[in-house]
Design a protein around this ligand. Sequence first.
Ligand code: ARG
Length: 301
Amino acid sequence: MSEDRTRSTRRARILMCAPDHFEVSYTINPWMHPDRWQNESDVLAARSSQGWGSLAEVLRTLGADVELVPPVPGLPDLVFTANAAVILDGKALVATFRHPERQGETPVFRQAFDALKARGVLDEIHDMPPGLVLEGAGDCVFDPVRDVFWLGYGQRSDKESAAVIERTFGCEVVPLRLVDPRFYHMDTCLCPLNGGEALYFPGAFDAAGNDLIARRFGADNLIVAPEADARTLSVNAVNVGRDIVVATMSAVLRGMLEERGYRVHEVPITDFSLSGGSAFCLTLKLDRKSGGRDIAWEMPL
Ligand code: ARG
């Protein structure tokens, strides 16, 4: 199926990190309860590592090569590679983190990107200026149709990081305030799709944010996730061409996406929601391109 379709076009490159040391051992968002993890840690660790394997497998089938960051003990959230950097046109802007619990990830990701640069996978690696927080693509999602970065601020990343992103990539950045602690990263509540639609949860944004989303995407392109889907992190989706990979999705939302020609794939990774993460969080697209140059791969015929 997709093999034939993707073979004729460029394969995508996605960065992941195996969950060998994944656990919930601290609380930096409302999803995280270390006691619940502890009660069932063996089962949860086994299940999450199996689920992660299925995610990597599905992405490979859909036409992605998976690059790996080596896991590090004591950095359980390193699995969420979406937070590693903002990437576009061969440039990586390495993330900085709000909470001390995740700050040790920055040098690990930096090293991984240096290694990718040495292999010619990336051209330039940039660091954030001291004192500014930017939690990577988790808070800075790219709209491949409009060439716009949507930056979530107010929970983790600083609004002032917008200027750094603009300078680094020469792309417009639209900052939106995140107002609900459950949706602490932009990728938990907004997913720009390859067909130009916004899959999003309006309750995560203030009135000004909702206004901007509606104006920039246009009324016909708004796909509103029901609250039940937002609560299972269905918005945290990986969109590859017309395929959408999620942990879980309601029949209602699946129907809305299928009506627009998308195919939805569920992979058994719901245990990552115990840390506040899901499909998109576990991936980072390394070959994102501006100027619509992604589209041939993103929307194969
Ligand atoms: N426990 C992690 C945190 O709170 C989860 C990160 C999920 N990643 C994401 N891109 N939303 O930072």
